[in-house]
Ligand binder design. Structure first.
Ligand SMILES: Cc1cc2nc3c(=O)[nH]c(=O)nc-3n(C[C@H](O)[C@H](O)[C@H](O)COP(=O)(O)OP(=O)(O)OC[C@H]3O[C@@H](n4cnc5c(N)ncnc54)[C@H](O)[C@@H]3O)c2cc1C
Length: 429
């Protein structure tokens, strides 16, 4: 990796990437095809990591391993998942597993391998501020200022904590994104898991399997009517294609929100195989082993309020949508599996007045992921994982990562470096 202190920052970068999560990592990998461009990606982590606090035992991807960083647009890239398998000498063994969906551990290993080998990544560099002076963006890290002509914002989302839980956050009430770094002691505790998505499911099963000690009681609360599956059926998968994104982009803004809500389970449900694993575990414990772990499955409940009792535990007020009645639960530990949200990155504050945001304070994005802002036409700010409202449900997911990166690169280069033509879809949208 190039040592940053030796970099001549009088020459502006053609593109600075902010964050090196999977989305910008894909951009960095594909940008290797354009060595004439000066690019650099900055990440605050000391080395590559992917949601380390959520790297729960047994966690699997929700997308095919062919939806990697590059394959969809450059299958011959040395940074493909297949290339990784060959280099790690596990190609034949991998085929014998008959897997298309791999463990998150292996996907992280693959992405770390890419990250370790790309020259354009610089870890341990948090971007504190971005300003625009004369004709360049200036990125401020703790020690340096770096000039760039274009940016790609890829600093991800932040954990979402429901309003009623915010004041409770602390040692015994925390967001699941911190779980593996905290390694909480759950022995003899009453645990409440809030959230009925994939993370809630993974936390529930791991609690049941005593990953953090044998809890006294495990209560799994979901707002959804039941513990609902991810819709991975073939026609639903068509939402995750460039063709569908292009159709979605052409829809009136007021329609988009409703459609995204309607499609929620295509991206936010629980993997059906994982649901079956949980169900079978509960069956075995109930009928075969008579295991004494006490659990409660509580769907159709919305967390309305939380308070801390004098005895040191929490009272949770839930509304049961079936009975329309309120229920009170108590818990010693509350794990918030409540997802992530987009916020406007605070480092953009100096240029915020020049951003043309929508009424909800979100970026207005072009079809090529360029942010609408008051600046010279040839100075662009791209944003990834920030366009659910404009590009649809594929946007926060890995499915179109390579295609999105290729679209951005073509726009940046102002010529077709990668073919991003819409492949024929089986559906007439
Ligand atoms: C547990 C989990 C599992 C998922 N599994 C799947 C899946 O199987 N399939 C799928 O399609 N989608 C999945 N997703 C959704 C999506 O793919 C991920 O959220 C993905 O990580 C998004 O990538 P990203 O690059 O936008 O953001 P992130 O992965 O969040 O990366 C952002 C990066 O920016 C860095 N950063 C933040 N602020 C700064 C700063 N100021 N300066 C420098 N660096 C900064 C961070 O250190 C981080 O490395 C999953 C999400 C989660 C949470």
């Amino acid at each position: 990796m190039m040592n940053f202190t030796h970099y001549d920052d009088t020459i502006p970068l053609d593109l600075a990437g902010l964050g090196s999560g999977p989305f910008n990592l894909s951009l960095a990998a594909l940008l290797e095809s354009l060595p004439e461009l000066q690019v650099r990606f900055f990440d605050k982590k000391p080395s590559f990591g992917w949601h380390p606090g959520l790297m729960l035992p047994g966690a699997h991807m929700q997308t095919s391993c062919l939806k990697d960083l590059v394959t969809a647009v450059q299958p011959t890239s040395r940074w493909s998942f297949l290339s990784f398998l060959v280099e790690k000498e596990r190609f034949y063994s991998f085929l014998s597993t008959e897997k298309m969906v791999i463990s998150r551990t292996e996907f992280v290993e693959y992405m770390s391998w890419v990250a370790e080998n790309l020259e354009s990544l610089q870890f341990g560099s948090e971007i504190r501020e971005v300003s625009f002076e004369k004709d360049s963006f200036i990125l401020h890290t703790e020690n340096e200022k770096v000039k760039a002509h274009n940016l790609c914002l890829g600093t991800g989302k932040v954990p979402y904590v429901p309003d009623c839980a915010r004041a409770m956050v602390g040692q015994h009430c925390f967001h699941a994104s911190e779980l593996m770094t905290r390694q909480p002691e759950l022995r003899n505790r009453k645990v409440a898991i809030i959230g009925g998505g994939q993370t809630g499911a993974e936390v529930f099963l791991n609690c049941l399997r005593e990953k953090w000690g044998k809890a006294d009681q495990i209560q799994w609360i979901s707002r959804r009517a039941s513990f609902e599956p991810l819709d991975e059926s073939p026609f639903t998968n068509e939402y995750f294609t460039p063709d569908y994104v292009s159709r979605f982009l052409s829809l009136p803004e007021e329609k988009k929100e409703t459609i995204v809500q309607y499609q929620k389970l295509a991206s936010d449900g629980i993997t059906p195989a994982y649901l079956l694993e949980i169900y079978r575990e509960l069956y075995d414990r109930t009928y075969l082993y008579q295991d004494q772990i006490n659990w409660k499955l509580l769907p159709d409940r919305t967390l309305k309020a939380m308070s801390e009792s004098s005895g040191g535990f929490y009272d949770l007020k839930l509304t049961n949508a079936l009975s329309a009645e309120d229920e009170i639960l108590s818990a010693d530990i509350v794990i918030l599996c409540t997802g992530f949200q987009n916020v406007l990155p605070p480092y953009l504050e100096p240029i915020q007045p020049r951003l043309n945001l929508d009424e909800y304070h979100r970026f207005k994005l072009s079809s090529s992921f360029a942010v609408d802002w008051e600046g010279p036409d040839n100075r662009r700010i791209y944003a990834v994982n920030a366009g659910l409202h404009s590009h649809g449900i594929a946007e926060p997911q890995l499915s179109l990562t390579a295609w999105r990166s290729a679209t951005i690169i073509n726009d940046l280069a102002q010529r077709e470096i990668f073919s991003v033509n819409q492949p024929v879809s089986l559906i007439d949208w």
